[in-house]
Design a protein. Structure first.
Length: 370
């Protein structure tokens, strides 16, 4: 595993960012509190998220050969760094669990309503464990294979929505009907926390691409591309369903695609959307799971396979804690996004400030010492 994780290219990092950021995001119509201005709220959060990506990248540049665990130790000392690193590892495991539950709920509501959810979630957790056990390079290569499928399919769906005459720009009117206040309230911290600030996992993975000088540029480019994609998807769904209907639907993307009817032949494309959501959820589950295991190894010297075996049952068991899908969605879209900014925003900004002028020198001294 040690050798395998040392050969990640800048292009693979960029593809991972796109696949990971898309993830489960198209399952939800984010920012519905802003009504038809939800796409503006998403754009505002994306700009702020780009600023946080710069913060993450600045922290990584202080010690390019360290991951998040090493950076936490450099900034806060060994003991506090380990405590914070373990906390971050558990946060990543929690986020992975949320996507496992999303996978189970999506399967029961669309394809296999008679299949026990425990079975579906056990299968996807097992697949994620198998992915982690095969190493980071293998996982990143899988994302390379899946990206053209994802991009091509979403492009096809957008084209069919246009041809079907389902997109009505008037549903985005009036712009800023209630002023900028509701838009900013919707964007911060909720939309900033999910989906944009979840790219904090890059502080775990960037270490393995230190040989490439293009990693930073590739990361920024990929982030901007996926942010534009998510904003476009949000706007398109709003133009198809309208703000009132969108807010009522649990899976608005599926609802929009179900409306496609062309030549009495092309229809029932919700199955395609479900498959795309499966791909995104798999990447999100495995990515968070991998970050949790690698961070645990960095902080506590837990071997990768041991960490993977320990985290997998934790993820699976935690996926049953929320009794209903309604509670699950409330906990994720209302509660979690209020708590995670401490780790995604406050902690990195604190590291940025306290480490100015000395952390980089400390890292260089540690690297030079025998």
């Amino acid at each position: 595993m040690g050798k395998e994780t040392s050969s990640v290219s800048a292009g693979q990092i960029a593809i991972f960012i796109m696949m990971f950021s898309i993830g489960s995001t198209p399952m939800f119509q984010l920012g519905t509190d802003a009504k038809q201005d939800s796409w503006i709220a998403l754009a505002a959060a994306a700009v702020a998220g780009l600023g946080m990506l710069w913060v993450y990248r600045t922290l990584q540049n202080r010690a390019p050969e360290e991951d998040m665990g090493g950076l936490l130790k450099l900034h806060f000392g060994k003991v506090i760094g380990i405590v914070l690193g373990v906390a971050m590892s558990l946060l990543f495991a929690y986020e992975s669990m949320r996507n496992v539950r999303d996978f189970g709920e999506l399967t029961l509501s669309t394809l296999l309503p008679q299949t026990p959810m425990w079975c579906v979630m056990l299968i996807i957790t097992g697949i994620a464990y198998y992915t982690v056990s095969k190493g980071l390079t293998t996982f990143f290569r899988i994302t390379q294979i899946l990206l053209p499928v994802l991009v091509g399919s979403y492009g096809l769906l957008l084209l069919l929505l246009l041809i079907g005459g389902l997109i009505d720009p008037q549903r985005l009117q009036p712009v800023l009907e209630n002023g900028i206040g509701p838009v900013l309230k919707t964007a911060f911290p909720d939309l900033l926390s999910f989906p944009f600030n979840q790219v904090i996992v890059l502080l775990v993975f960037w270490k393995y691409a230190t040989g490439s000088k293009k990693t930073g540029a590739a990361s920024y480019t990929a982030y901007i591309a996926v942010a534009l994609f998510l904003i476009a998807v949000n706007a398109v769904i709003m133009m198809v369903l309208g703000p009132a209907l969108t807010e009522l639907k649990t899976l608005p993307t599926l609802e929009a695609v179900v409306l496609i009817r062309l030549a009495n032949f092309i229809e029932r494309l919700d199955i395609l959307v479900t498959m795309l959501l499966y791909i995104g959820l798999y990447v999100k589950i495995a990515g968070m799971y991998f970050a949790s295991v690698l961070l645990l190894r960095s902080c506590c010297k837990v071997p990768l396979k041991v960490g993977a075996l320990a985290i997998a049952p934790l993820i699976y068991a935690a996926s049953f804690l929320e009794p209903t899908n309604t509670y699950h969605l409330w906990a994720g879209l209302e509660m979690s996004v209020k708590m995670t900014p401490f780790f995604q925003i406050v902690l990195p900004l604190l590291m940025l400030i306290i480490g100015i002028g000395w952390v980089k020198r400390k890292a260089e001294r540690q690297k030079a010492s025998p």
